[in-house]
Write a protein that binds this ligand. Structure first.
Ligand code: NAG
Length: 197
């Protein structure tokens, strides 16, 4: 009896999750992607995967403190997709950057993701995160830096059956301060959210 109840509960949870994670009919696919910034010169980063499973792999996205020229670096991605059915909007829900950080006591890594659509650049959304070493020994570890968007930038509403969502821009920036430190980003990925409009 207990097993049946828990199986039912699991099934219901699964169905609820499916209902909440709405996505448009059709097969939205990326038809243009480029990137720029000190962390990802066009020839030094590589994109793979699809809209459901995107990965940008960096070649040398590295910053260090103290250093006046490279204590901060950024990578901005410009993306267009097509094949979205009519009546949908998309936004970026989370960005995730994998990397490695070394922070002496007192050092701080600030990281920011900014998302906007070129058609409405005034409606940019920014999410900030921070990794600070408040302890007395050096931090030296692999990290996944997540930027979650509570306030989101939404695309305009698609109007035809094979529409695109315009030019989506996602900028990630990292900055070190206070004490000796180093950060290297190895790859980045994004989670999208769709809604009807
Ligand atoms: C920062 O710039 C200096 C001077 O150009 C260079 O020697 C160093 O390797 C750079 N650091 C990183 C982490 O790329």
């Amino acid at each position: 009896m207990g097993t049946i109840t828990s199986t039912l509960t699991t099934t219901l949870l699964f169905l609820t999750t499916l209902a909440l994670a709405e996505s448009p009919a059709g097969t939205p696919r990326i038809n243009s992607i480029s990137y720029s910034g000190s962390g990802c010169p066009q020839t030094q980063a590589r994109f793979s995967g699809s809209l459901d499973d995107p990965t940008l792999t960096f070649n040398h996205f590295a910053i260090e403190y103290p250093n006046t020229v490279n204590r901060t670096a950024n990578c901005q991605v410009h993306m267009q997709a097509q094949g979205v059915s009519a009546g949908w909007q998309v936004s970026v829900k989370d960005t995730f950057v994998d990397g490695h950080v070394t922070l002496d006591p007192g050092a701080t890594l600030d990281y920011f993701s900014t998302v906007y659509f070129s058609s409405s650049a005034d409606d940019a959304a920014t999410s900030k995160g921070q990794l600070a070493n408040d302890g007395s020994s050096r931090i030296d570890k692999a990290v996944t830096l997540q930027n979650h968007f509570t306030d989101k930038a939404w695309s305009s509403c698609t109007t035809s059956s094979n529409d695109g969502f315009g030019i989506l821009n996602i900028n990630f920036r990292g900055a070190l301060r206070n004490e000796k430190s180093y950060f290297e980003a190895t790859s980045e990925t994004w989670d999208f959210e769709w809604r009807r409009c």
